[in-house]
Design a binder for this molecule. Structure first.
Ligand code: RTP
Ligand code: MG
Length: 139
């Protein structure tokens, strides 16, 4: 397991609102190296599988619908203590509670459409990276 890697998606709201470039700039300025990068769109089935851990939660259907509503950018990122550092950079799940300067505070409008995903553990970073990228798509 790579403990210095995390996985992220720029979600459909941030893509639709034209924030791909600004968010990637914030990520690299914060010292993350891009290991893998892909512009793609999730089917509802794939979004459902990605967020399967939330299957019993009341917001699951909305989350799956939202995450398959438009294109996303997926990436694997590298930095010391990547998972924790990246969650600090993106801020709280609810952007109205996110610290000033965080990606969600700057680019997200609601808890449902909150601009970016960040893995919550080293184990999930590995699983989520493998969900999107083959070995020869990582550099
Ligand atoms: P993510 O997985 O997307 O990085 O977000 P997160 O860790 O900050 O939050 P998580 O608990 O994993 O929830 C996944 C996504 O579901 C939506 N959510 N809505 N209405 C609610 O109470 C609620 N809670 C979570 C959010 O869009 C969240 O990003
Ligand atoms: Mg999460």
């Amino acid at each position: 397991m790579s403990t210095n890697r995390t996985f992220t998606m720029i979600k459909p709201d941030a893509v639709a609102n034209g924030h791909i470039g600004a968010i990637i700039n914030d990520i690299t300025t914060a010292g993350f190296k891009i290991v893998a990068l892909k512009y793609t769109k999730l089917t509802a089935e794939k979004a459902g599988a990605f967020y399967e851990v939330h299957k019993e939660r009341p917001f699951y259907n909305d989350l799956v619908g939202f995450m398959s509503s438009g294109p996303i950018v997926a990436a694997i990122l590298e930095k010391d203590n990547a998972v924790e550092e990246f969650r600090k950079l993106i801020g709280a799940t609810d952007p109205s509670k996110a610290d000033a300067g965080t990606i969600r505070q700057k680019y997200a409008k609601s808890i449902d459409a909150n601009a970016v995903h960040g893995s919550d553990s080293d184990e999930n970073a590995e699983i989520e990276g493998n969900f999107f990228f083959t070995a020869d798509e990582r550099f």
